[in-house]
Design a protein around this ligand. Structure first.
Ligand code: FOL
Length: 197
C-alpha cells in the first residue's frame, strides 16, 4: 500500500472541531491546506494524475457545498452506509466515491494512479489512520490560542513520530512556508510537520 499523510489544524490540546465544524476560520491556513493537498510532486508534474483526499462522512458534510467535492483532487468519503447520498449539487460530478471503511478507501487509492494520498479528517478517521505504518507524515497547523473544541486529534506518539524541521516541512510540501508564529486577528498559529520514525 502506498504511503499517505494526515493534514490537520489543531490546538495545543489537539482540539480540531466543535459542533461538526472547524472551530476557527484562518484563510491562510485554508489556502495552505488547499495547496498542500492539491500540489503534485515535481516528478509527476507532467502526468495526468491528481492527489486523493480521504475523509469521513461528517467532514464531507462540514465542507461548504460550493467547495465540494474539493476540486482537482479525487475525493473519497468513508461512511458505514454504503448508499450514503453525497448530496452533490451537480450529480454529474464523477470525482467522488463513497466507501464503507478506511481500508476500502486505501484499496480504492491503490487501484488507481494517484500522486499523493491525504487523510483530511475527522477525529474517527485520524484515530484509525495515525496507527497505520503507512502514515508517513502529519502536516499539522498548530493553533496556539485556547479555543473550545468538542472533537480532538489523537495523541501523537513520540515512539512513532518525531517533529520535523521547517526545512523538512518545506521539502515535503514542495513550497515555501512561513516560519514561526503566524497571526490572524486574535489567533496565533504555526505550520509544523511530524515524520514517522
Ligand atoms: N488542515 C488544515 N491545516 N486546516 C484545516 O482547516 C483543515 N480542515 C480539514 C482538514 N484538514 C485541515 C477539514 N475541513 C474545506 C473546508 C473544511 C475542511 C477542509 C476543507 C474547504 O472548503 N476547502 C477548499 C478551500 C476553501 C476556501 O478557499 O475557503 C479547498 O479547495 O480545499
Amino acid at each position: 500500500m502506498t504511503q499517505f499523510a494526515l493534514v490537520v489544524a489543531a490546538t495545543e490540546e489537539l482540539g480540531i472541531g466543535v459542533l461538526n465544524n472547524l472551530p476557527w476560520r484562518i484563510p491562510k491556513d485554508m489556502a495552505f491546506f488547499k495547496q498542500v493537498t492539491t500540489a503534485i510532486p515535481k516528478e509527476l508534474e507532467n502526468q495526468p494524475v491528481q492527489n486523493a483526499v480521504i475523509m469521513g462522512r461528517v467532514t464531507w458534510e462540514s465542507i461548504p457545498t460550493k467547495f465540494r467535492p474539493l476540486d482537482n483532487r479525487f475525493n473519497i468519503v468513508v461512511s458505514r452506509n454504503p448508499s450514503y447520498d453525497l448530496k452533490l449539487a451537480d450529480t454529474t460530478c464523477k470525482n467522488t466515491i463513497v466507501v464503507d471503511s478506511l481500508e476500502k478507501a486505501f484499496e480504492a487509492v491503490d487501484s488507481k494512479n494517484h500522486a499523493r494520498t491525504f487523510v483530511i479528517g475527522g477525529a474517527q478517521m485520524y484515530r484509525l489512520a495515525i496507527q497505520h505504518a503507512n502514515c508517513s507524515h502529519i502536516v499539522l497547523t498548530r493553533v496556539k490560542s485556547e479555543i473550545d473544541c468538542d472533537t480532538f486529534f489523537p495523541t501523537i506518539d513520540e515512539q512513532h513520530y518525531r517533529l520535523g524541521s521547517h526545512q523538512e516541512l518545506e521539502s515535503y510540501v514542495q513550497q515555501q512556508v512561513p516560519e514561526g508564529i503566524q497571526k490572524f486577528k486574535e489567533l496565533e498559529y504555526e505550520f509544523t510537520l511530524y515524520v514517522r520514525k
